[in-house]
Write a protein that binds this ligand. Structure first.
Ligand SMILES: Cc1cc2nc3c(=O)[nH]c(=O)nc-3n(C[C@H](O)[C@H](O)[C@H](O)COP(=O)(O)OP(=O)(O)OC[C@H]3O[C@@H](n4cnc5c(N)ncnc54)[C@H](O)[C@@H]3O)c2cc1C
Ligand SMILES: *[C@@H]1O[C@H](CO)[C@@H](O)[C@H](O)[C@H]1NC(C)=O
Ligand SMILES: *[C@@H]1O[C@H](CO)[C@@H](O)[C@H](O)[C@H]1NC(C)=O
Ligand SMILES: *[C@@H]1O[C@H](CO)[C@@H](O)[C@H](O)[C@H]1NC(C)=O
Ligand SMILES: *[C@@H]1O[C@H](CO)[C@@H](O)[C@H](O)[C@H]1NC(C)=O
Length: 523
């Protein structure tokens, strides 16, 4: 299936190549001319524009990259230093007929922010990442190029009792992450990152800057979970901060997979999303090593928004099977819990500012599922068997429920709310970057995903946009019909897909902002 889709891309690309692709020099020359602007414009402050023509700020690692088409390279990478420069990038791309790929943190699972099979430029927002916190209002304006780590660091330096509800990995960019939902350790209490957006500034296909008031509620709705890449360039988000206690508690509980662990994980399924919203207990299944023997282990990695004194009785009541003792737990600040979840306890907080912190030199393929009724115990036995065939497989089970369920399925594009117990993220990583290696691992991943079919959400089988998966389907060119895109669109958005199409039809009717999984316009 994937091979088929990709060969279709290739044919499309070859077709595109016949018509001439603008060169880097042509693009630079367009940027240097002011005549592309119709309205009076202040250029004096732009004398040093686009000083940075260079590699994208993030080092790519998606499996898509393994295809090794030289044609996947951008005409150039722009790192604008002002919103005016973003406007120029958009207008020149339109004029020269090339695509824009907007990149914030560059963590897209299929590399759609820095790869394309059509001629394109990258607009890398790395230089636009200021963060302004208003503690009185408990809000922050965050420019899209900021990472979660930068945001968390700034919040922690400003207040001991505030946080933001978003993902765990600090190098993830707010631009992509918040527009795709945003799962993290305090989401059961405070909702997804996208649920905490109160305003946004977007640049549209004509270079106009819109905020919540001027864009209207439909477009504002779409940006909060629908993937901003389809609608324009998000310049900045205004987000609601969360209140957290000065002391929170973390623990990990790790055990080899086997009959008793299968039982424990099975039991967790009915607890994780039901228990007190202060408790976020996720399960990581991955491989370990005992001597020369490969093993599979399971880790309960937990944050509790409160002290040990309250956590122990709660665990004894709700999950006594885990046998948690107070000496297994550690009290810390919220920002230290971010370090804890990144296996970096005790290291300097400044690590959160490192934008390259992720899977170094590793390629991966990921998929996701939503689970609505507990998976039978023996499934964990089969998963263990399959994991033993692989060097670095990974499964992360993240509990939902709580605040996530208090939002209706249509209130934002993210639809996987009431009725879902947890999300599964599957991942397999590899180091040697050959087509054969990639095919082998991707085949394994697809087979695991197929095996899970009877146990996960159905009609449609759900998937999480931020764990993007091109196997679900992809579009090509400008010509994709809305009906064709439905297949993958409804896995991410269910019934909200149609409304996303209508919003797209209004804000970007010519489908300028597009990628292999962007929303096609509907009129
Ligand atoms: C190591 C790692 C850990 C992760 N951990 C979590 C986690 O804990 N929770 C979770 O929910 N997800 C997690 N993710 C997934 C992550 O949320 C998504 O990959 C997210 O889309 C990344 O955003 P980005 O800005 O870094 O990526 P990018 O690749 O820059 O962007 C992703 C998509 O958004 C578009 N985009 C980016 N910026 C803008 C903008 N300003 N305006 C319009 N469109 C834009 C891009 O064009 C692309 O289509 C993780 C990913 C990785 C690689
Ligand atoms: C244009 O730039 C000049 C010089 O920097 C500045 O004084 C002026 O306010 C700017 N005008 C606008 C409309 O931004
Ligand atoms: C911060 O928020 C408060 C309350 O909404 C508001 O009155 C104040 O003007 C804001 N401060 C800044 C610097 O924007
Ligand atoms: C990718 O293509 C280049 C140029 O054709 C080639 O030298 C290189 O070996 C290829 N790499 C892989 C992993 O196929
Ligand atoms: C685009 O769609 C139209 C109408 O469906 C069709 O006639 C045309 O050939 C398509 N173009 C491409 C490039 O696929």
């Amino acid at each position: 299936m994937r091979e088929l889709v990709l060969s279709m891309f290739l044919i499309f690309f070859v077709f595109q190549c016949v018509s001439s692709v603008p060169t880097k020099e042509q693009f630079e020359s367009c940027l240097a001319t002011n005549s592309i602007f119709k309205s009076p414009f202040n250029h004096t402050q732009d004398s040093q524009i686009f000083t940075d023509f260079s590699e994208p700020s993030s080092s790519p690692s998606s499996s898509f990259l393994n295809l090794n088409f030289t044609s996947l390279k951008p005409i150039l990478t722009l790192k604008p230093r002002s919103e005016t420069e973003i406007k120029k990038s958009i207008l020149c791309s339109k004029k020269l007929g090339v695509q824009v790929r907007t990149m914030s943190g560059g963590h897209d699972y299929e590399g759609l922010s820095y790869l394309s099979l059509s001629p394109f430029i990258i607009v890398d927002l790395v230089n636009l990442r200021s963060i302004t916190i208003n503690l009185t209002a408990e809000t922050a304006w965050v420019q899209s190029g900021a990472t979660l780590g930068e945001l968390y660091y700034k919040i922690a330096k400003t207040s001991k009792v505030h946080a933001f509800s978003a993902g765990i990995c600090p190098s993830v960019g707010v631009g992509g992450h918040i527009s795709g939902g945003g799962f993290g350790t305090i989401m059961r209490k405070h909702g997804l990152a996208s649920d905490n957006v109160v305003d946004a500034r977007l640049m549209d296909v004509n270079g106009r800057i819109l905020d919540r008031k001027t864009m209207g509620e439909d477009l504002f709705w779409a940006l909060r979970g629908g993937g901003a890449a389809s609608f324009g360039v998000v310049l900045s988000w205004k987000v609601k901060l969360a209140r957290v206690p000065e002391k929170v508690t973390c623990f990990i509980s790790q055990h080899p997979m086997g009959p008793s662990m299968n039982k424990l994980v099975h039991r967790w399924q009915s607890i994780g999303s039901e228990v007190d919203e202060d408790l976020f207990m996720r399960v990581i299944i991955d491989n370990g090593q005992e001597g020369n023997q490969r093993t599979v282990k399971s880790t309960f990695q937990t944050l509790f928004l409160g002290g040990i004194d309250r956590l122990i009785p709660l665990m004894n009541q709700k999950f006594p099977e885990l046998g948690l003792r107070s000496q297994d737990c550690k009290e810390m600040s919220w920002i230290e819990s971010i370090m804890f979840f990144n296996w970096r306890s005790g290291q300097p907080l400044e690590i959160l500012l490192n934008r390259d912190l992720r899977f170094e030199d590793t390629y991966f393929k990921a998929k996701s599922d939503f689970v609505q009724t507990p998976v039978p115990e023996n499934v964990f036995g089969e998963v263990t068997k399959r994991f033993l065939e692989k060097e670095t497989p990974l499964m992360i089970l993240e509990p939902l429920g709580g605040k996530i369920n208090q939002v209706s399925e249509t209130a934002s594009p993210y639809p996987h709310r009431r009725g879902n117990l947890y999300n599964i993220q599957y991942m397999v990583k590899w180091k040697v970057n050959t087509v054969e290696e990639m095919n082998k691992h991707v085949r394994w991943m697809r087979s695991l995903h197929d095996y899970m079919t009877p146990y996960v959400s159905k009609s449609p089988r759900g998937a999480y946009l931020n764990y993007r998966d091109l196997d679900l389907g992809a579009t090509k060119g400008t010509n994709t019909s809305f009906e064709d895109a439905r297949k993958w669109g409804e896995t991410y958005f269910k019934g909200n897909f149609k409304r996303l199409g209508l919003v797209k039809g209004k804000i970007d009717p010519t489908n300028f902002f597009r990628n292999e999984q962007s929303i096609p316009p509907l009129f």
